[in-house]
Design a protein around this ligand. Sequence first.
Ligand code: PRP
Length: 212
Amino acid sequence: MRYLTIALAKGRLAEKTLDLLKDIGITCDEISDKSSRKLIFTNEELKLKFFLAKANDVPTYVEYGAADIGFAGKDTILEEGRKMYEVLDLGLGKCRMCVAGPENAMEKLQHGELIRVATKFPNIAKDYFYNKKHQTVEIIKLNGSIELAPIVGLSEVIVDIVETGSTLRENGLVVLEEICPISARMVVNEVSMKMEQKRIGKMITNLKERIG
Ligand code: PRP
């Protein structure tokens, strides 16, 4: 039996995913040791390897088969646009991808004015404005603290994740349009799905049962 490799998105999502995997009997003890700098972890009994990657990179590892299975947010899956199978919605990390800004930006949005959109997700923003809304906008890529952009006058609106809405509220911004719901997904490499159908299929079935 060969090793199956599982890529997890570093951070909160990894912890929640590991809890879920534990419930279906898939454990990896060493991975929870936060003081360790080790990058790859093994469960010899189940012939599984686990690694933690930057969330945005999980789809890349899965498309190229460096990981057979990945767990990542729908936001990164959409943004990266990689070729792989999305097999399961874990229902974890639920939030919404939204267009947000000050209330007065609504008019500009509705009148299709040429506005600037700041975002960590340029591909999602492009797809939404160009393909769905047929609206020409200028997209500005940022790497974090996106809510700053309309406050300091870098852009009229942002495309970003809204979870509780408190970051928007505390900065005088509102949701202007909803793009799509987001949650964590299980993704599988296309070749691995065929070659390891039995083991991966069982994992999907067990997770589905656990999620209910
Ligand atoms: C995310 C997102 C929002 C915030 C939304 O940012 O980009 O800023 O969380 O959460 P809320 O609706 O519950 O306030 P993150 O904490 O990942 O930081 P970053 O923007 O600097 O990447």
